[in-house]
Every structure is written in structure tokens, then in C-alpha cells.
Ligand binder design. Structure first.
Ligand SMILES: [Zn+2]
Length: 296
């Protein structure tokens, strides 16, 4: 499956990005949106790269962003704009110039969404029942999810509390002929937080995958065969697809001392290259020397 994804490529402008204070414009109707900050590439061409094969920890880098303009711009300068539904035509009132840009508010919303999902995934994976109990509350006829992220301060659009859509979920297998709705609910023991957390995580991930990825059949170079693949439509789609694969059991990337994310090939591998392992060893030796000095 990994090899299926390496073909996805994306573009980064050669001359970085800038924040512009402008208005979005609907190209069909000419209608103007509200004035806000948009991230737009500086003119000067772009270079292409392969996000999924070059950056196995791309989703982690996105999830650790704060909702700060500087951090968002640094991310975009390294990986490009998010693309997909975030792309808008922007005009600046006085200058009448046009840009392709992405709204600051939409970036913030996407960061918070992934942050929330990664947090949930970590809690589920670590069986952190206490942490999950803070997020999930049982009512009489529904189960609710209460966000602990400071959403109110950042964005009014995202809800702080949501009902977990148990009734709308699909599960991989169920006995034929059984009423789907009552069946799924009956599988969750009252008070359990783990299953609702998994259902909520699945909901968030599926929403993103459905809008930012597509299923495609791809012909082989000799035109004899074809393969069915899921492909990102945008960088945002690549980020969510990468994360979905980790939820699905693919090895999680870890960060090396050189700051690079990598997928360990062996369980005991802690560094991306021999050079970094050597550096870590040297650092430990120096630190041991220092603590030795201090103790005398
Ligand atoms: Zn390294």
C-alpha cells in the first residue's frame, strides 16, 4: 500500500508565501465574501515534491502547529498550501489585484480538527480511560463528545460539544438481517468510553477522507492492467490519508534527534540514520561526563 501512495505530488512556491488582508470572490456570481487574512504564494513559480514518500510524519507536523500566522506560514513555505476546498480567489479592495489564497480561519479549523483526532487516537491507543472519560459523556439517549481544546478562543464555527453519531456509523461486519441502528448501540456497554471514542474518531477521519481523497483506477505503463487506488486530491487529503493509515495499523513515524520523522524498520530503531545514532551516542557521553563533574 505504501508504494501506492508515492505517486502523489504537490507543489511549493519557490518564493514563499505572504499573508494578505483581502476578500474572497465567487467567480461565478462575482459575490464578495468577508474581509479576512488569506495565505497566498508570492509569484515566481513552484517546485514539485512527493509529500507522502518524502515526509512520513507530515500529519504530525501539521497536528503540532499552533493557530499562529507565523507557524502556519512556515508550514506552507515547507509543504505548500493545503489545497482542495480551501482554495479561493482573493481580491484586495484598494489594489484590485487577484490571488489564489487560503483563509486563515479555515487553516485554524483544519489544524484543530487534526489535533483533536490525533489526541483521540493517542488516548485510544494507550487505553487512556481516564483521559477519555473527560471527553466522553453518556446521556439518556445519546453519547456526547466535549472538546478540551481551546476552540472558543480560536473559532466560533467549531462546536465544543457534539453528539457522537452512533446511529450513522458503519461497522465492518454485522449479522445479516439485523436492524443496523439498534445493533450497534447494543454492542456498547453503558458507560464505556473507548468504543464511542473510536466511533467519533472514525467520523472525523471519514468526513475528511470523503472530501479530500478519491478512489481511482490507474493503468500500468504497458496498459495491460489497472489498479484501484485511493489518492489524495490535495495536501490536506494527503495529511488525512497518512493519518488514517496509521489508525489502520501502519507503523507510526517517530522523530529523530535531527528533527526528521521516519518509520522505524526495526522495533529498536530510534534514529533515522547511522550518523544520527552516532551523534546521540556522543551527546550521551558528553552529558555523562558533565553529570560526573557535578557530582564531585
Ligand atoms: Zn536523524
Amino acid at each position: 500500500m505504501t508504494s501506492d501512495l508515492i505517486y502523489f505530488n504537490w507543489h511549493v512556491p519557490k518564493n514563499r508565501h505572504k499573508w494578505i488582508n483581502g476578500l474572497s470572490i465567487d467567480l461565478k456570481t462575482g459575490e464578495l465574501g468577508k474581509q479576512e487574512f488569506y495565505l497566498a504564494p508570492e509569484p515566481g513559480g513552484h517546485r514539485r515534491y512527493m509529500p507522502l514518500s518524502e515526509y512520513p510524519g507530515l500529519y504530525k507536523d501539521f497536528a503540532v502547529l499552533t493557530t499562529d500566522q507565523k507557524q502556519i506560514m512556515d508550514f506552507a513555505n515547507k509543504y505548500g498550501l493545503l489545497g482542495g476546498n480551501l482554495r479561493e480567489m482573493i481580491i484586495m479592495k484598494e489594489k484590485r489585484s487577484r490571488y489564489i489564497g487560503e483563509s486563515f480561519n479555515k487553516w485554524k479549523m483544519q489544524i484543530i480538527r487534526l489535533k483533536e483526532a490525533v489526541l483521540l487516537h493517542d488516548m485510544i491507543r494507550n487505553n487512556n480511560i481516564k483521559g477519555l472519560s473527560d471527553l466522553i459523556a453518556w446521556g439518556d439517549s445519546c453519547i456526547k463528545y466535549k472538546s478540551k481544546l481551546n476552540i472558543k478562543r480560536n473559532l466560533k464555527k467549531l462546536k465544543k460539544t457534539e453528539t457522537i453519531p452512533i446511529y450513522e456509523q458503519l461497522i465492518a461486519s454485522r449479522p445479516p438481517g439485523v436492524e443496523h441502528h439498534s445493533y450497534l448501540f447494543s454492542l456498547i456497554p453503558h458507560g464505556d468510553v473507548l468504543a464511542p471514542a473510536k466511533i467519533y474518531l472514525q467520523t472525523i477521519v471519514n468526513q475528511q477522507l470523503s472530501s479530500e481523497t478519491s478512489a481511482r483506477i490507474i493503468l500500468s505503463p504497458d496498459f495491460q492492467e489497472s489498479k484501484l487506488r485511493i489518492e489524495p486530491n490535495s495536501l490536506l487529503g494527503a495529511i488525512w490519508l497518512q493519518f488514517a493509515r496509521v489508525i489502520n495499523g501502519q507503523k507510526e513515524p517517530i522523530r529523530c534527534i535531527c528533527n526528521t520523522w521516519f518509520i522505524p524498520k526495526r522495533p529498536d530503531q530510534t534514529h533515522c540514520m547511522r550518523k544520527c545514532r552516532q551523534r546521540a551516542y556522543e551527546n550521551r557521553k558528553v552529558n555523562r561526563g558533565k553529570s560526573h563533574e557535578r557530582s564531585y
